[in-house]
Write a protein that binds this ligand. Structure first.
Ligand code: PPS
Length: 309
């Protein structure tokens, strides 16, 4: 893809602004997805990656962008300038995303790139195109504790003017618990990849671990990708992917998305980047109600999440 094509990404979104709206959700095999994704489902499902492609899978707002930046820097031996060649969604296309023309879909961006590609998805395990598993693609999954994930997703629904209205905070918690938000149930998402992690050789990471010890987690990703970079480069990558540095990096902070889609007067994409922000939003009653439901929904899974570190 030429430099010009990469720069045209923001312009294309701006040009489609008249057609942008809070898109309704349509279920695909029981999972609510934005109507443009649901209407293009057959071509998404048929996508066949190259065995060298890497999949970065998450429930929305779990640390996708952070992981994409770490991986890109690892692949470029910590070269910050190389990783500023284009904004995140162009460097690492979003597999299933489809919007009104002329905004390029994830598939269009992918078809213009040569493998190995770094592919983002929020699809739950059962909706990932089977070609990824047939071709044994490496997959990094990042999970974030439900309460912080929910808060982050709530702000994203407020500021992303193409997602359905979040409604009042209390109602939003209910929608999250019932799996009614775009990309479905958080509970089923984290459990789905967890169950398959050994069979499919999925590197399963936690946002809280990345916050606690980014160096350790960057090294884990490096080993999983069969890469070897020096200690000095690891330190550089940890620094370049700190919340503060990514927030200031126009190629990593989603400022490429025009205000008609991501409205920064409501919330920044790089909002807070912390573990435990949920304590500023849940009332004690909401927290108790959420925890009781959580016990039920997660009782069949042996996954430990940390809501504070
Ligand atoms: S998306 O839209 O689903 O791709 O969003 P995603 O990138 O998964 O998640 C966005 C949240 O991750 C936070 N973030 C970070 N936290 C810590 N360090 C770094 N470097 C970092 N980069 C992104 C981002 O701020 C969002 O979380 P909240 O809690 O809303 O701040």
């Amino acid at each position: 893809m030429s430099k010009e094509e990469q720069l045209n990404y923001s312009e294309a979104i701006q040009n489609a602004s008249a057609y942008l709206m809070r898109f309704p959700l349509i279920p695909v095999r029981g999972i609510p997805l934005m109507n443009y994704i649901a209407n293009n489902w057959d071509s998404i499902w048929a996508f066949c990656p190259d065995p060298s492609d890497l999949l970065i899978a998450t429930y929305p707002k779990a640390g996708t962008t952070w992981t994409q930046e770490i991986v890109d820097l690892l692949l470029h031996n910590g070269d910050a300038e190389a990783c500023k060649r284009a904004p995140t969604p162009v460097r690492s296309p979003f597999l299933e995303i489809c919007s009104p023309p002329p905004i390029p879909s994830g598939l269009e961006l992918l078809h213009k790139m040569d493998p190995p590609r770094m592919i983002k998805t929020h699809l739950p395990f059962q909706l990932v195109p089977p070609g990824f598993w047939e071709n044994k693609c490496k997959t990094i999954y990042v999970a974030r504790n439900a309460k912080d994930n929910l808060v982050s997703y709530y702000y994203f629904h407020c500021m992303n003017l193409t997602l359905p209205e979040p409604g009042p905070w209390g109602d939003y918690i209910q929608k999250f618990m019932r799996g009614q938000l775009s990309w479905g149930s958080w509970y089923d998402h984290v459990k789905g990849y967890w169950k398959e992690r050994e069979k499919r050789n999925i590197l399963y990471l936690f946002y809280e671990d990345l916050k606690e010890n980014p160096r350790r987690e960057v090294e884990r990703i490096m080993r999983y990708l069969d890469l070897s970079v020096s200690d000095e480069v690891i330190s550089k990558i940890v620094e370049l992917t700190s919340f503060k540095n990514m927030k200031e990096n126009p190629m990593a902070n989603y400022s490429c998305i025009p205000k008609c889609v991501f409205d920064p007067s409501i919330s920044d994409f790089m909002r807070k980047g912390e573990v435990g922000d949920w304590t500023n939003h849940f009332t004690p009653e909401q927290s108790t109600m959420f925890d009781e439901d959580y016990e039920k929904q997660m009782k069949d899974a042996n996954i430990s999440f940390r809501t504070l570190i």
